[in-house]
Design a protein around this ligand. Structure first.
Ligand code: MLT
Length: 266
């Protein structure tokens, strides 16, 4: 499905009925990441997964992008869908950075948060340098080179020899982002603010989900967030790396189901 939001055509999937659960993908990904949640959680929620601008089937418009801009897009997207009740907002990795921006700008729209494979801190100086190198690579060699450089890190190490179908699925997802999207994301990632001060302000029930074998964002980042987030719960998924909802969908969905039933209504 497509809807015009903030001047561009935004693609999304929308499955089930019940309390809205909005899923925000990471870099360099798209809403296909959430297929196991669209399939597995639509009995307990209205599961909505958009492609951010420049990603998947959404329009490939050039930057500048920022986490605030993505948050504005999502706010207008909810209006366009006529969703005025409070939602649970779930973000994976860069999607988590968008969740923090959304929380700062539109807290009245939220009844709960799910932060998955993400961190509160901003990029370190080394991290910012790596963004510049990846930007140069993208400009020179295009999206396939970005896909090749990200693919070996996105899943748990044991997935590469053992789950070739999953590896190919993830390769195909990472090829579904436009060059505009990659460049826009990298600048937005590099310049995103530190969200650590936001942790102390969050006053909605928050679930943290992290893969035990995440090669991109270490588990210690989720533990640090939990320490700063009153009343949050951290679930560590075995057999899972950075794309834990795809890698261990059963445990991921069970944790979300439990949270929706108990946690997010408290
Ligand atoms: C992501 O998965 O969204 C990115 O890898 C996050 C990041 O690089 O900080």
């Amino acid at each position: 499905m497509q809807v015009t939001v903030n001047g561009f055509s935004m693609a999304y999937s929308d499955a089930g009925q019940g309390p809205p659960l909005l899923l925000v993908h990471g870099f360099p990904l798209n809403r296909q990441l959430w297929q196991p949640q669209l399939d597995g959680l639509s009995e307990v929620a209205r599961v909505i997964a958009p492609d951010l601008r420049g990603h998947g089937d959404s329009q490939a418009i050039p930057g500048p992008y920022s986490m605030d801009l993505f948050a504005d897009d999502l706010n207008l997207f909810l209006d366009a869908l006529g969703i005025h009740e409070k939602i649970v907002l779930c973000g994976l990795s860069m999607g988590g950075y968008v969740v923090f921006a959304f929380y700062r700008k539109y807290p009245h729209r939220l009844r709960g948060l799910i932060l998955t494979a993400t961190r509160a801190a901003a990029d370190t100086p080394e991290g910012r340098l790596a963004r510049d190198q990846m930007t140069a690579l993208a400009r020179e060699k295009g999206v396939p080179a970005i896909s090749e450089s990200m693919l070996p890190k996105l899943l748990a190490p044991q997935a590469y020899p053992n789950r070739p179908d999953l590896v190919e699925q993830v390769r195909s997802i990472t090829l579904g982002v436009s060059l505009e999207g990659v460049l826009g994301d990298l600048a937005a990632l590099k310049d995103r603010p530190d969200s650590t001060p936001t942790l102390a302000q969050i006053d909605v029930p928050t679930l943290l989900l992290h893969g035990a074998d995440d090669q991109i964002i270490p588990l210690s980042e989720a533990q640090a967030m939990q320490a700063g987030l009153r009343g949050s719960k951290l679930v560590v998924l075995p057999e899972a790396g950075h794309l834990l909802g795809l890698e261990n969908a059963n445990v991921f969905n069970e944790a979300v189901r439990h949270y929706l039933k108990a946690g997010s209504s408290t």
